[in-house]
Design a protein around this ligand. Sequence first.
Ligand code: TRP
Ligand code: SF4
Length: 325
Amino acid sequence: MNAPLPRVISGMRPTGALHLGHYHGVLKTWVSLQAEHDCRFFVADWHALTGPQALPHDDAVYEMVVDWLAAGIDPERATLFLQSRMPEHAELFTLLAMHTPVAWLERVPGYRERAEDHPSYGLLGYPLLQAADILAHKGEWVPVGQDQAAHLELTREVARRFNHRAGRAIFPMPQARFSDAPRLTGLDGQKMSKSAGNAIAMREAPANVHAKLRAMPTDPQRVHRHDAGDPGRCPVWALHEVVCDATERQPLAQGCRTAQIGCLDCKGVLADRIVAQQQPWRERAAALEPKQVHWLVEVGTERARAYARKTLREVREVLSFQGDA
Ligand code: TRP
Ligand code: SF4
């Protein structure tokens, strides 16, 4: 028998259709890992309840899963599931909570700021629920954005404590796996995010991609076409760096610095490149039937549960609970 593949687990909160920041920040890593890892990717719809709700749940979940598949997530290789259908995650969360000091959770960076807007017990527990998501699957690699580093740190602390109590390594120590393009610049030069309204959707209509880029600010010191610019000061360039390759970029940087090209030329190249990259996503998404997508998640959820159930059996045994489920 072949050795089991290393286990990868990751989740995303369902925010509806994804944008290029999601793709370059996380999704692209998911796609690249699936060939040689046992990947489980899930919709973190419980975690979503700690923030403001935008779309109705079903639409938000559906649009996001379509974007996963559009990006090339292959349900033959990766297991796709819904967190809210995993009682094992909730059970593990409860059991781990009993030995997790509140101080560990209070000191997670960002907690206090977020608690000012939507204070809740669930928000405090957010990183612990994430730990349960990861540990229920004995995840070894966790591809996430850099903003999740502290949650992974907490997950390891919780796992270490449990293993110590068990006297053996029930849980592996999960490691974060970051993308090489951790932060994508949005249309206003700030981090791309849906709530900031500065995003280009993965399946944005080509005409919109062009229009959005045309309206984007450039090097503030390049006021006229004949002014030389500096790509280092330009938010459009930050996108170029993620989307285009160096050979394609080099002459543009040169043209910018010498005022041989205008910003519209430079943006046009970027827009064409983005539209070309999006083309296979649009095609894959167009070929999907809602029924088929729901079914994939249904099958994945059953498979994920079978695994998590085994982990929970071990955990219950360590804590000397009787009986089996
Ligand atoms: N907190 C993660 C985010 O906002 C989502 C998430 C929930 C997650 N549970 C997880 C990611 C488990 C990785 C593993 O991006
Ligand atoms: Fe930015 Fe390109 Fe204009 Fe230079 S030419 S300022 S890099 S948009």
